[in-house]
Design a protein around this ligand. Structure first.
Ligand SMILES: Nc1ncnc2c1ncn2[C@@H]1O[C@H](COP(=O)(O)OP(=O)(O)OP(=O)(O)O)[C@@H](O)[C@H]1O
Ligand SMILES: [Mg+2]
Length: 572
């Protein structure tokens, strides 16, 4: 069991917890014996002092038991919380290593549920193991043994009763087990729906489809409720059955015990003790059944947690090269093929980008532009073929060093909550205010800071909610620039900028002596590039200057024509 590794670290608190729980259970087992003495000796001889003494003993047992239970609970919490925290740390660490393949498979909502809910289930199971699981078998066995001491023949009623009880409980647990897994899955689905809805709430409003979304949510919660009710029904059988068995056993004990009392074989106190032990066994079994259902849920959570921990990135960081030696050929693709889940997206791409060149990439939606650039800094690895930077295969670079020198502006600007400074400094923690402002100036985002009283310390809300699309894009461009990268990749990063700002941005970028790859849907944004890659369904159908492509690349001509309609509605 992989969890043992985690529990090991807390073995001392776990053991202390166990020991105190068993001590508490031992005290509990003594109670019926003391009661029997009160009845058989105290009441029989009418010895008030004796009754008082024994009564005080009972109070003492209760107080001691309470204290022991407190100690046990404390250490159970230390263990379970400790293990949970460590699990979360490890999961978080692992998730941070994930490549994009992993993130496609395990998306944010399920990772959040696993990180939060599933760990709670494990914590609960550990705490319950210490607090209840140790106690239940001890009480059951202890009660049986003590019952044997009181009366061998009557104890056999116990054994038969306990076995029947155990079988019923086991059967009910086994039947309800698959439902619990199902409930967990449904919870995942609900959390996914909620997250998607809340993220896209503006879109949903815009399309006035709230009612549809509410129905979707209702359906899912209803399905989950139905399963819960089903399990509830099955589990509801537990109580009547168990009480029936226990009460039959008690009747038998009293019936046969009473006959023994008549012939002097047993005392009345001993009968009471036996009945108490029978009840203890029942309570212990009920606790056990509850714990089983907790284990059930924890089992499902366990699988889901270790799936997170054991998912290994496909993009392996095994390269050694730490410094970039610049070379004539900055980026080279050699017969590169790429697929998502076996579905081929990029077909046999080969091209060379020279140092300092500006390369435009254009192509229809879904042509594979983002996929192409995602290969350069190894968000994904190519299926076959080779990609070289400065004549060295990218796999031979240390992953951190590789990404360090590539300024990447993703298609969907994503900002973290914090200040403007914190967001841009993601590119370079050491960047001075002057460097930040300089990057902002190039990215056409200077006035974004200058207009604000707080300047660089202006707060950005979660996901950049308090910024416009274009403002977000400019900040992400500045973030990439502040790295002072050798290669700058802009994935449709000026799509939300007006034409004038886009033009200014290009003028500023031109001054930077670095290799640039600019993806755009607009020909106007890349016309000036040294060369343009025209992608069509994952294939390169043109790789040349604008003027040349206008002569011999049909797809490019079509794109150009669609953006420059005959009535002179040109955007430039
Ligand atoms: N994470 C992914 N998993 C599976 N398929 C994907 C994934 N990302 C993209 N695809 C698919 O790969 C193809 C190329 O997508 P890509 O994002 O590279 O296109 P694009 O040229 O950047 O399009 P756009 O101009 O809309 O940004 C599309 O058919 C898309 O559905
Ligand atoms: Mg794209």
């Amino acid at each position: 069991m992989k969890l043992l590794k985690y529990i090991k670290e807390y073995r001392f608190s776990a053991i202390i917890g166990f020991v105190f729980k068993i001590a508490e259970a031992a005290l509990e087992l003594m109670v019926p014996l003391v009661m029997a003495d009160i009845i058989d000796i105290g009441i029989k001889t009418n010895d008030k002092n004796y009754i008082l003494m024994k009564g005080l003993t009972l109070v003492g047992l209760a107080i001691a038991g309470y204290l022991f239970a407190l100690v046990c609970q404390y250490y159970a919490s230390v263990t379970s919380q400790g293990v949970g925290t460590k699990l979360r740390e490890d999961m978080y660490h692992q998730i941070n290593r994930y490549d994009h393949h992993n993130l496609d498979k395990l998306s944010a909502p399920t990772l959040v549920t696993r990180l939060v809910n599933d760990v709670v289930q494990i914590q609960l199971a550990i705490a319950m193991t210490i607090r209840l699981t140790s106690r239940a078998p001890f009480i059951m066995i202890g009660s049986l043994v003590l019952a044997f001491f009181i009366s061998g023949p009557l104890a056999s009623i116990f054994i038969i009763g306990a076995v029947i009880l155990a079988v019923i409980m086991l059967a009910i647990t086994v039947v309800s087990m698959p439902y619990f897994n199902n409930i967990q899955k449904k919870l995942d689905r609900i959390s996914l729906i909620v997250r998607e809805n809340l993220n896209g709430i503006r879109v949903i409003r815009a399309f006035a489809s709230q009612n549809k979304e509410i129905d979707k949510f209702k359906n899912q919660t209803k399905e989950q409720k139905d399963i819960q009710v089903k399990v509830g029904r099955i589990q509801a059988l537990l109580n009547p059955f168990t009480y029936l068995i226990v009460n039959i056993a008690i009747v038998l004990i009293i019936y046969f015990g009473g006959r023994e009392v008549n012939v002097g074989g047993l005392s009345q106190g001993e009968i009471i003790a036996l009945v108490n032990y029978m009840n203890s066994i029942l309570l212990a079994l009920i606790v056990f059944a509850n714990v089983l259902s907790i284990y059930n849920k924890a089992g499902a959570s366990y699988t889901r947690i270790f799936e997170v921990l054991e998912t290994e990135p496909k993009v392996k960081d095994l390269g050694k090269i730490q410094t970039w030696h610049s070379s004539e050929n900055c980026i080279e693709f050699r017969n590169v093929n790429f697929a998502y889940n076996q579905k081929n997206i990029l077909h046999n791409l080969s091209f060379i980008i020279k140092k300092g060149e500006t390369i435009g990439i254009i192509g229809g939606t879904g042509a594979g532009k983002s996929s192409l650039v995602n290969l350069i800094n190894r968000f994904y690895d190519a299926v076959s073929g080779e990609i070289l930077i400065n004549d060295q295969p990218i796999k031979e670079y240390d992953l951190h060093s590789l990404r360090e020198d590539i300024g990447f502006v993703p298609q969907y600007a994503s900002l973290i909550s914090g200040t403007i400074r914190e967001n841009i400094q993601l590119g370079n923690q050491q960047a001075s205010d002057e460097e930040l402002m300089n990057a902002l100036k190039i990215a056409q985002g200077k006035e974004l800071v200058e207009d604000k009283i707080a300047g660089l310390d202006t707060i950005i809300e979660q996901g950049g909610k308090n910024l416009s699309g274009g403002q977000k894009q400019r900040l992400t461009i500045a973030r990439a620039l502040v790295k002072k990268p050798q290669i700058l990749i802009l994935d449709d990063s000026s799509s939300a900028l007006d034409y004038g700002t886009d033009y200014q941005l290009r003028q500023e970028l031109k001054k930077l002596d670095i290799t640039k790859i600019i993806i755009s849907q607009r020909t106007s944004s890349i016309e000036q590039a040294d060369k343009i890659i025209v992608l069509y369904h994952g294939e390169i159908v043109g790789f040349d200057k604008h003027e040349q492509l206008m002569k011999d690349c049909q797809i490019y001509q079509e794109i150009y024509a669609s953006q420059h309609s005959k009535d002179g509605d040109s955007h430039e």
